[in-house]
Design a protein around this ligand. Structure first.
Ligand code: FAD
Length: 408
């Protein structure tokens, strides 16, 4: 049997492609290497699935052509996603610009998509890894598990390399290269950063709102504010994920990366307040005094880094040491030595070059009937629902184009 399209990858982008094309009367084969469709969706947004975001500017997506997704997002963006899920009986809800399923359960999103797939002319083969693919005359052939499937169109929706246990193992890049498509440099993104120094043992476990500023060879390259998680190896948390792509990119180009944390970004009068408190809190020791401002472990870490004994009475602390502590609260410097790998990254940066796909349809410029969607492409979004929105947008665009194909 020859399908109208074979979709490799049953993640959000592949499921969206399959649904959109099948709703237009096409016969689809959806291949998924895991035992279930949409496994990664279940892990998104800490199990709540942050699907999209009402805020959008030119900084939300990165890649060799960072402007690439915006035109398609205009065609199928947040409003269209809301309508799509409503047409499947699922409400979306918003908190501070971030969109979730109204149930706040990622499983609702996966089950809603799978439920719809069951009603459409979509044959699903799970536990099937597409190993190779080619095209002979006007037929794409996909091989795996000793079986061959044939289709008129082929959609590669296989994701990147992030978190192989959830499905994507980089095999999409191999399939794309097999069709002579260029894959840009790929690396883990939205991931924790590792720091040099022994002081992490004292600060591990702390969550603290910080302004995070990244410098490459002394030049500021990124900044973000939010809750930083201090770990045994360095720093994690959403603001760190947001700046990680810039830091990693520069690290890979052998630049010296320094992260400066302002540990009290919402306290512009720190110095004046501390001087005032010191006048009537002379009975406290240095550690107790600064615990009035900051998390205990951070205070201890700062004192250890500066070599100041915590038990010194604050009234006896030399003025220079007092100033240095305040300065370190403002500028807690971490030299970045590395970053966590794909097993901990939320996404893969880089991918199939967007220069080689038709920007309006996501069809290959090299081979008719071949499409690419989602994270497999060289499009990576920041944290906040941008990657899932892109997966759905790109899946919709490819599915719609396949649906238009009336050459049968
Ligand atoms: C822990 C975590 C949390 C996240 N949270 C969010 C969030 O809250 N909001 C957000 O926007 N984004 C989030 N993301 C990112 C988001 O999940 C991905 O960007 C998105 O799932 C990409 O969709 P996709 O369909 O392109 O690829 P994937 O979701 O990776 O799906 C690809 C599918 O293809 C299958 N596959 C791969 N190769 C083959 C093959 N050769 N043959 C057959 N099948 C194959 C895989 O098993 C997989 O099911 C998160 C990611 C992680 C890891």
């Amino acid at each position: 049997m020859k399908y109208d399209a074979i979709v490799v990858g049953g993640g959000p982008s592949g499921m969206m492609t399959a649904i959109t094309a099948a709703q237009r009367g096409k016969k689809i084969l959806l291949l998924e290497r895991m035992e279930k469709l949409g496994k990664k969706i279940l892990a998104t947004g800490n199990g709540r699935c942050n699907l999209s975001n009402s805020y959008l500017d030119e900084g939300c997506y990165r890649g060799e052509q960072p402007g690439f997704p915006y035109r398609l997002l205009e065609e199928f963006g947040l409003q269209e996603l809301i309508q799509f899920f409503e047409s499947l009986g699922m409400l979306m809800t918003e908190t501070q610009g971030y969109y979730y399923p109204a149930s706040f359960q990622a499983s609702t999103v996966a089950e809603t998509l799978i439920g719809k797939i069951k009603t459409l002319p979509i044959q699903v083969e799970t536990g099937f890894e597409a190993e190779t693919a080619d095209k002979k005359k006007d037929t794409f052939r996909v091989y795996g598990n000793g079986v061959r499937y044939e289709g008129k169109n082929l959609v590669l929706a296989a994701g990147g390399c992030a978190q192989e246990k959830l499905g994507s193992n980089g095999s999409g890049y191999r399939l794309a290269r097999g069709f002579h498509h260029r894959v840009t440099d790929t690396f883990p993104a939205l991931v924790a950063l590792e720091g040099k120094g022994s002081y992490f043992q004292w600060t591990a476990g702390v969550r603290n709102t910080c302004r995070v500023t990244v410098y490459a060879n002394g030049e500021k390259i990124a900044a973000e504010k939010g809750e930083v998680q201090f770990t045994k190896y360095g720093i994690s948390g959403i603001p760190v994920f947001q700046v990680s792509r810039y830091a990693i990119n520069a690290l890979r180009r052998k630049k010296k990366i320094t992260v400066m944390l302002d540990l009290m970004p919402d306290m512009p009068t720190l110095k004046e307040t501390a001087e005032e408190f010191r006048k009537y809190c002379g009975y406290k020791n240095t550690e107790e005094f600064f615990q009035g401002f900051l998390n205990k472990k951070l205070v201890y870490g700062i004192l250890k880094r500066l070599g100041i004994r915590p038990e010194i009475p604050i009234r006896k602390l030399p003025a220079k040491d007092f100033r240095n502590i305040l300065q370190m609260i403002r500028r807690f410097e971490i030299e970045i030595s590395g970053y966590k790998g794909y097993d901990m990254a939320q996404i893969t940066a880089g991918g199939v070059s967007t220069r080689e796909v038709v920007p309006e349809t996501l069809e290959s410029k090299k081979l008719r009937g071949l499409y690419f969607t989602g994270e497999l492409l060289d499009v990576d979004g920041t944290c906040g629902g941008y990657n899932l929105q892109w997966a759905f947008t790109s899946g919709y665009i490819a599915g719609r184009q396949i649906g238009k194909d009336d050459t049968n």
